[in-house]
Design a protein. Structure first.
Length: 95
C-alpha cells in the first residue's frame, strides 16, 4: 500500500472518530495497517472482544486484559427488561 493511500485511510478514520463512528474508524485503521489505532477505536465503540484480540496480537497484554475485564463486566450487567421487572415488583405490580 502506498503511503498516500495509508494517509487517506487514516484521514477517513479520524473523520469517523470525530463523528463517533468508532467501528467504521477501526475498519479504516485496519485497512491502513494501523492495528493499534484500530484497537483503540474498537475499545471506544465498546467492541471489547475485537479490541482485546488486536491488543493481544500486538503484545499489549495490559490493554488486552483491560478490554477483557470491560467485556466481562458488560456481560454481567442486568438487562433493561430485568430492571423494569424488578421496579414493577418493588412498586407492588407483579408480572
Amino acid at each position: 500500500m502506498e503511503e498516500s493511500e495509508k494517509q487517506a485511510l487514516a484521514a477517513r478514520a479520524k473523520k469517523c472518530e470525530g463523528r463517533q463512528l468508532f467501528v467504521k474508524a477501526a475498519e479504516y485503521y485496519l485497512e491502513a495497517g494501523m492495528e493499534s489505532e484500530a484497537a483503540d477505536a474498537y475499545e471506544k465503540a465498546a467492541a471489547y472482544l475485537k479490541a482485546e484480540e488486536i491488543f493481544d496480537r500486538l503484545g499489549k497484554k495490559e490493554d488486552a486484559a483491560r478490554c477483557k475485564k470491560l467485556r466481562e463486566d458488560a456481560a454481567n450487567q442486568p438487562l433493561w427488561s430485568d430492571l423494569q421487572a424488578d421496579f414493577q415488583k418493588d412498586r407492588g405490580n407483579p408480572d
